[in-house]
Write a protein that binds this ligand. Structure first.
Ligand code: FMN
Length: 204
């Protein structure tokens, strides 16, 4: 059973959520976890090159392959991670979604469980809107949305940072200088585990 964790991260926060979700999924017996980053946009390269922080984060991701449509096709369950851009998913992730039109036409993703993960700069910067708007294309693709129930440790003790029932989240800070709280990472692990367990049940 393949569980795909696919994400975009410029300053490392979503990368940390993605690694935590991958850890969580890996704890489920029979899960083979595939970690992938989505393709960068050419228009974003000057911004990347101008930021030492972004360059360091990029260097940390060199061993993670770029996601393909075959990764999506082969997956039994998927966790998508994105930073917020004006309350919505980033264009890099949207580009990946928009490339799935053939998979949509073939119904290739129908019935597969999917969870979402989001990072925002500020507490009220759009975690929930990004999670929810990201779910719309997943529903078009026929995926089964997996959220985070409140019985998950950390959901009631997140001190105003990450942790929503819609997906695993974190707050990066206005200068991208915060670290995901331990609870944020625990919730990301729980989401990875939950997607993998549901994928296993759906496979029968
Ligand atoms: C174009 C743009 C739009 C953004 N819009 C928002 C926003 O609406 N709300 C918010 O809290 N942060 C916003 N941010 C900040 C990013 O969400 C933040 O840098 C990101 O969560 C950090 O994640 P990363 O470390 O994985 O890149 C925006 C950043 C950019 C570059």
């Amino acid at each position: 059973m393949k569980i795909l964790v696919v994400y975009y991260s410029m300053y490392g926060h979503v990368l940390k959520l993605a690694r935590a979700a991958a850890e969580g999924a890996q704890t489920v017996a029979g899960a083979e976890v595939v970690l992938r980053r989505v393709q960068e946009l050419e228009a974003n390269l000057p911004k990347l090159q101008a930021s030492k922080h972004a360059q360091e984060v990029l260097a940390r991701q060199q061993d993670i392959p770029i996601a393909t449509m075959d990764d999506l096709r082969a997956a039994d369950g998927v966790i998508f991670g994105t930073p917020t851009r004006f309350g919505n998913m980033c264009a890099q992730m949207k580009q990946y979604f928009d490339s799935a039109v053939d998979l949509w036409a073939q119904g290739a993703l129908e019935g597969k469980p999917a969870g979402v993960m989001v990072s925002t700069a500020t507490t009220h910067g759009g975690q929930e809107t990004t999670c929810l708007t990201m779910m719309a294309p997943l529903l078009h693709l026929g995926m089964i949305i997996v959220g985070v129930p409140y019985s998950t440790p950390g959901m009631l003790h997140t001190e105003g940072r990450g942790g929503t029932p819609y997906g695993a989240t974190t707050v990066a800070g206005g200068k991208n200088d915060l670290e995901p709280a331990p609870e944020d990472l625990e919730i990301a692990r729980a989401l990875g585990r939950r997607v993998a367990k549901i994928a296993q049940k759906l496979r029968g």
